[in-house]
Design a protein around this ligand. Structure first.
Ligand SMILES: [Fe+2]
Length: 463
């Protein structure tokens, strides 16, 4: 009788008629959907088995395979109808891999299990080359691990993560993170755990950009042998050389770069809007910009005090650069230098910012004049250019290198080592940190941020 029922079931499953109320006492029908990622080499030809684990029991590892169909190809959603033991609510999903063949890597996005009309979602989002286990996608805190099987899963998961992701606390002197708290223990990108490496597409994009940059550099040098640059329009033409043909040039910005409104706009829409602060009481005492300097550039009838009370005075304080040692010029081998400027801005009646004054250094020595829009045009233009150069370097070193790359790395590694994939915080943070470890490791590998390395050749600070 049991055999007859099984035969009837097989016929049903072939005709895609799914009966979730299967009468077998010990076995029920599961519909399983496996989504393979859409990245290069994500598919696999391996034999795959699935095992579901419930509170008290688990199914046998069961092969999932559609007859005469190439399953688990890149980007595919493969559906399987299988019969396995009724284990109640499935809590964990295990994928077992055998006979990996020519494509051993397999990136699984998720597995959906539908049983008795209920759907259970198992988010993998990882390379499962050697098999993997994940928990049902509902987030929960460790103190809510009331079930032994979930508690054990979390403990085992974290134990593995702590073995795989090690911290190197004492960087070498020439290391990018020297003086900081260290970094992940991986000398090169290929030493990283597979799930923290770049995707093949991202890798190709990075190397293409780099190759294009180098080609342009060589082409620029070649063109420069035969041509002098008499104006910025010549530089514009150079930007339109073949390898740069897809590069869009913002013509408003290009044509208006000398204007004060465009310069002020760049402070808000440019590389470092976080540097703009409203002035509430007074300007920093280490600069010597006076009320008289500012009032000669304010609209007639507006006093500095009134503008301050109206909340219309803003500043960008770059005094952090004062006294910072600079790097060497990559070609001339002379010492570079930078200023440490303060910029003061006014918000006009139309809601646009206008620059009022720039002082290049934060000291009160005589040879430290205050520049304003009332100065000769080229002097004022140069002051704005010096300011933008200094401001861009602060952005590169602090906002970008330090705050976006180096400082978050301990948090990313701590998250991977200490928060299991079912932890609500991990689910929130994980989406903000993809490829973080890959980028930082590649940066260290290439010596970025270290004096003398590639990026250091483009900034006065040499970092
Ligand atoms: Fe970056």
């Amino acid at each position: 009788m049991a055999l007859m029922k099984r035969l009837a079931y097989c016929i049903n499953s072939k005709t895609k008629s799914i009966d979730f109320g299967d009468p077998f006492a010990e076995e029920i029908t599961y519909k399983v959907v496996v989504k393979t990622g859409n990245t290069k080499a994500a598919g696999t030809d391996a034999d795959v088995k699935i095992q579901l684990i419930g509170e008290d029991s688990s199914t046998k590892p069961t092969k999932i395979d559609n007859f005469f169909r190439d399953d688990f190809e890149r980007g595919n959603s493969d559906k399987f109808i299988i019969k396995m033991k009724n284990i109640g609510t499935p809590l964990l999903c295990k994928l077992l891999i055998k006979d990996k063949g020519l494509s051993p890597d397999w990136y699984v996005e998720y597995v959906k299990v539908i049983m008795k009309s209920k759907e259970y979602f198992f988010p993998f989002y990882e390379w499962v080359t050697d098999g993997a286990t994940t928990a049902e996608g509902t987030a929960y805190l460790p103190q809510d691990d009331s079930l032994e099987v979930k508690r054990k899963f979390r403990e085992e998961y974290l134990r593995k993560q702590r073995t795989t992701y090690r911290w190197r606390a004492e960087p070498e002197k020439e290391d990018l993170t020297y003086g900081l708290n260290g970094h992940l223990q991986a000398e090169q990108h290929r030493d990283l755990p597979r799930n923290s490496q770049w995707s093949a597409e991202r890798d190709a994009e990075f190397h293409n950009c780099r190759a294009t940059g180098l080609k342009n550099l060589l082409l620029n040098r070649f063109v420069g042998i035969f041509r002098n640059f008499d104006s910025l329009e010549d530089v514009h033409k150079l930007l339109l050389i073949p390898t740069m043909k897809n590069r869009e040039i913002n013509h408003d910005c290009w044509h208006n770069w000398r204007s004060d409104l465009e310069f002020a706009r760049q402070q808000i829409n440019g590389c470092r809007p976080t540097g703009v602060q409203r002035v509430f009481k007074s300007l920093p005492k280490y600069y010597s910009i006076t009320t008289a300097d500012l009032e000669k550039c304010l609209p007639s009838g507006v006093t500095y005090q009134n503008a301050l009370l109206d909340g219309r005075i803003f500043m960008v304080d770059n005094s952090i650069l004062e006294g910072i040692p600079c790097g060497d010029h990559p070609i001339l081998k002379t010492k570079n230098y930078t200023c440490a400027p303060l910029l003061v801005l006014y918000c006009n009646n139309e809601g646009f910012l206008e620059p009022l004054a720039i002082q290049l250094f934060s000291n009160k020595e005589e040879n430290n004049p205050v520049f304003t829009p009332k100065d000769p045009p080229n002097a004022w233009l140069l002051a704005k250019m010096f300011f933008n150069s200094a401001n861009g370097q602060i952005q590169q070193v602090t906002e970008h290198l330090l705050r976006c790359h180096l400082a978050p790395e301990p948090f990313v590694v701590a998250m991977i080592r200490n928060l299991s994939i079912v932890h609500p915080l991990r689910k929130l943070l994980a989406t903000h940190t993809p490829f973080h470890l890959a980028l930082n490791t590649i940066g260290r590998e290439m010596g970025e941020g270290v004096p003398g390395a590639n990026t250091g050749k483009t900034t006065s600070l040499g970092i």
